[in-house]
Design a protein around this ligand. Sequence first.
Ligand SMILES: Cc1cc2nc3c(=O)[nH]c(=O)nc-3n(C[C@H](O)[C@H](O)[C@H](O)COP(=O)(O)O)c2cc1C
Length: 499
Amino acid sequence: MHQLLIDQLREIRRPVEVSLPDGSSITAPPCPAENLGSLEFCADLGIRFPYLGGSMAKGISSVEMAIELGKAGMLGFFGAAGLPLATVEAAIDRLMAAGVPFGINLIHSPQEPDLEQALAELYIRKGVRLVEASAFLALSLPLVRYRVHGIRRRPDGSIETPNRIIAKVSREELAVKFFSPPPEKFLAQLVAEGAISGDQADMASRIPMAQYVTAEADSGGHTDNRPALALYPTIRSVASRLQDEHRYDVRLMTGLGGGIGTPHAAAAAFAMGASWIMAGSVNQACVESGTSPAVREMLAATRQADVIMAPAADMFEMGVTVQVLKRGTMFPMRAAKLYDLYRSCNGIDDIPAPERDKLEKTVFRSSLAEIWQQTRAYFLHRDPRQVERGDRDPKHRMALVFRWYLGQGAHWAKDGEASRTVDYQVWCGPAMGAFNEWVDETFLALPENRRVVTVANNILFGAALLTRASFLRCQGASLPEETLRTEPLEDAKIKEYLR
Ligand SMILES: Cc1cc2nc3c(=O)[nH]c(=O)nc-3n(C[C@H](O)[C@H](O)[C@H](O)COP(=O)(O)O)c2cc1C
């Protein structure tokens, strides 16, 4: 009996009829997975399913991952952060040649404004039509330049913007900025530079900076640790308010990321009205990700409480933190120690000798003087201003040396450097543990079976099934627990259900 109901619920394109004890009967309508979010959003992006793969730095969200998601009717963002421009350009060429919808990360780099500008210009030059704008604390000129590039009026008078932005935010004031028109001062600057005409600036003052915003709740990597249940309704409400205020021709839309690694989480996001969902942590654990097999093994063993906040390499001095794996690595503890020393000492020479000794033996495996020489050489090439400052300011020198360790931690992890497993920095959120618990003792427990589309299909399919179960519950059915299980299904089966 239960099995029959499970089978019927799985046929998500057909209605299910259930008899209640009082003899009446109720129906759950069909719920194809493509209808869970916004059909309008999917049509805008040219995708079938409202499922996005978030950007993961250093190509962890790889070209292969974006292509696989694109081929399956979803969309992946290539993780451009931290990569040389030439590598990003080569990735764009491959993505374009694949002929699938894709996007690329445009990450705010307040410490390296030239880099942000170079990326934005590269995207304009290559004709990249969709970026995930993230880490913005305020809008920047390069981002505005990207957004308004090529803006024009259609014959019917409406405004066409070839370049789209999906902004990722965890704070309402940033959602307000993205849902507002580009700031006038930037438009005036672009007109003065001859980048756009006065008429284009006028058109730009009537479009939102981003039509789409992903609310990012507690996630892997940089995160404000906001709970999805509190964050999403606020961001959604901002969209609604700003839509009324500006009366745009287009509709502002919101999606949700952060914590999504199971069908239940996805169903909850869609139930709150998310037009799409976005996953990161669980994708890193998939075979297409640009990380190492060693990290994938570690991720497969991760449980919900195995993540912790640790100092971030990019904004170390400001005390910014990132969410990382703590099981199987000493990175978070060591990085926290470095931050404590940074706060309490004025420079490397100020570190108590026994402490310094320990750092040189265990953490750096080299003298701090030697690490400074390496760091200095690196920055001479990349950003000589850092070297000048480091030479004259011992505290800054210490920060740069400590940041060497934080940065290397991510490289060692991604490259699977066997001599440094205890120092791996692996960005990861609690979604990973939730995923692992869900797939325990199934084929997806094995890292080698985790394919990004298999995972995405199962999350979406399970969400559709649970949504149908909710329809029945709302009408008074008491459903047996077994019918609410969403154990993952192999590709052939899942594709049949999603067809
Ligand atoms: C390994 C890793 C690297 C990430 N790197 C970036 C990045 O470079 N840029 C960015 O916008 N978001 C980055 N994120 C965040 C993801 O794009 C996504 O928003 C987030 O992972 C969603 O939450 P979840 O981890 O709970 O799935 C990263 C996340 C992870 C796990």
